[in-house]
Design a protein around this ligand. Structure first.
Ligand code: PRP
Ligand code: URA
Length: 206
């Protein structure tokens, strides 16, 4: 399974400030959005284009335009902090939602909401900032893959080796794009060094 860690210096700069425990929610939201823009550019590098006839002020030419509908699926709630970056880049996207919450004791994810458009034959970007045990992403991906999408990519901000290996086994064709592959999970299944609870830091719910 392809795993891409985006090493662009600006992406790493944003990530450092997201990790910093002194970063407050207002700045955290701005950084999450800016970093997602860079990750989304990487994830969409191979989108198909078609030739479109136009006339510049000087000449008629055929020039490329995007030829693929994209579906983005944020996992609630933290994935919402990444949506605007992608809808700004691709205003025509369809947006589906999957709500998953990890139990605080067991770290097992439970689904509480689902509103998905048809993804059959379409390019899907699953969006969730934290890939920890992989339980939330796995449940969402089972749902998405059951509808025969053309291709699925997961965009996350920080990934743990445990989550990556779990998804690698379950979905060999999945692409993962992340800003960091961190060291490990702690005994509460938080990513280390990580950045803490993304949803709480995004929404100020401490
Ligand atoms: C967080 C995060 C992921 C999940 C990752 O969500 O946003 O969805 O944990 O953990 P996993 O890989 O072990 O499943 P959380 O359940 O805390 O909900 P929230 O987004 O509403 O804060
Ligand atoms: N969810 C988070 O928000 N952070 C982690 O480190 C793990 C799961």
């Amino acid at each position: 399974m392809p795993l891409t860690v985006v090493q662009h210096p600006l992406a790493q700069h944003y990530l450092t400030h997201l990790r910093d425990e002194t970063t407050k929610p207002a700045l955290f939201r701005t950084l999450a959005r800016k970093l997602t823009t860079l990750l989304a550019i990487e994830a969409t590098r191979t989108l198909q284009t078609v030739s479109h006839p136009i006339r510049t002020p000087l000449k008629s030419i055929d020039s490329p335009v995007l030829d693929q509908g994209i579906v983005i699926v944020p996992i609630l709630r933290a994935g919402l902090g990444m949506v605007d970056a992608i809808t700004d880049l691709f205003p025509e996207v369809s947006v589906g939602y999957i709500g998953m919450a990890r139990d605080e004791e067991t770290a097992i994810a439970n689904s509480y909401y689902r509103k998905l458009p048809s993804v059959e034959g379409r390019e899907v970007l699953l969006i969730d900032p934290m890939l920890a045990t992989g339980g939330s992403a796995e449940a969402a991906l089972e749902d998405i893959y059951s509808q025969n999408p053309a291709r699925v990519q997961l965009i996350c901000i920080v990934a743990a080796p445990e989550g990556v290996s779990r998804l690698e086994k379950a979905f060999p064709s999945l692409n993962i794009i992340t800003a960091a592959l961190d060291d490990e999970l702690n005994d509460r299944k938080y990513i280390v060094p990580g950045l803490g609870d993304f949803g709480d830091r995004l929404y100020g719910t401490f």
